[in-house]
Ligand binder design. Structure first.
Ligand code: AMP
Length: 281
């Protein structure tokens, strides 16, 4: 496995892979790898001949007061996991390599970035789309893999690729979960034992919503109220948003008709956790 820290060395490796007619799969990450990331790598391995993982804690997607400084960076362990997973190349640049002369060029996706996480994290998606556009330009993948766990991010990236005619396909992979249903996340490390136990209620509330939809409830206010009741039993859970929106446009809907995204963000002690499911009526 090659480990590249510079853009020029990635370009060289990709050129060589292309010469050998390899299909290139790309998994962008911020490191602190876990089974969720591994599931994306596995999917990429299945579809592609040459798999590139980037490990980059992107400063431009963190707001003031967020966890950029304390975000875990266990690089050696991450490289080991990538090696074992059969990754061909890891791109792990320093911030100065990615943002050489500062940054005055941004990629912005409108509308889809207004609700949900866009509302509580102003500037976040601008940082995500900009870094992904840069990474796509550096890596030149045929396919890039994203997790359903960050549903809004995946939708926003897919739209950016479509609107800017970027020559790659976005693949969205299912959310990997702990045995109690909690979505696996690098930020779960911030939880103490009690908070970790309570965190399982997030997925329980989503599952409750799924069961209600399956039983015929389509009124989004009623569904959200039931979910809030479930989460209300845990005083440590502070809901940031709980929304049921159209799964493609992310617009609010009074009644589910077709595919809907049930998405939530909550604070639990020092951690901000997000999760979602798709339901259909
Ligand atoms: P991150 O390192 O948190 O920026 O995530 C890198 C990629 O892994 C993103 O596409 C995430 O959506 C995806 N990811 C993170 N957690 C999970 C999970 N539990 N299941 C599936 N994909 C995930």
């Amino acid at each position: 496995m090659q480990v590249a820290e510079t853009i020029s060395s990635v370009r060289k490796a990709v050129k060589a892979a292309h010469r050998r007619s390899k299909t290139i799969g790309f998994v962008p990450t911020m490191g602190a790898l876990h089974v969720g990331h591994l599931s994306l790598i596995e999917a990429a391995k299945k579809d592609c001949d040459y798999v590139i993982v980037s490990i980059f804690v992107n400063p431009t997607q963190f707001g003031p007061g967020e966890d950029f400084q304390k975000y875990p960076r266990p690089l050696e362990k991450d490289l080991d996991m990538c090696r074992k997973a059969g990754v061909d190349l890891v791109f792990a640049p320093a911030p100065a390599e990615m943002y050489k002369s500062g940054n005055i060029t941004w990629v912005t996706v409108e509308k889809l970035t207004d609700p949900l996480c866009g509302r509580s994290r102003p500037g976040h998606f601008r940082g995500v789309t900009t870094v992904c556009a840069k990474l796509f330009n550096i890596v030149g993948p045929d396919l890039a893999y994203f997790g359903q766990k960050d549903a809004q991010q995946a939708i926003v990236i897919r739209r950016m690729v479509e609107d800017l005619n970027m020559p790659l396909q976005i693949v969205i992979c299912p959310t990997a979960r702990e045995p109690d249903g909690l979505a696996v996340s690098s930020r779960n490390k911030y939880l103490n034992a009690d908070q970790r136990k309570d965190a399982a209620a997030l997925y329980r509330s989503l599952e409750k919503c799924r069961r209600m939809v399956e039983a015929g409830t389509t009124d989004t206010a009623a569904l959200a109220a039931e979910m809030r009741k479930t989460l209300g039993e845990f005083p440590a859970i502070e809901i940031e948003y709980l929304s049921i929106v159209d799964a493609e446009t992310l617009e609010d809907t009074d009644r589910i008709a077709g595919r809907a995204l049930v998405a939530l963000a909550a604070r639990l002690g020092p951690a901000r956790l997000i999760d979602n499911i798709i339901v259909e009526a």
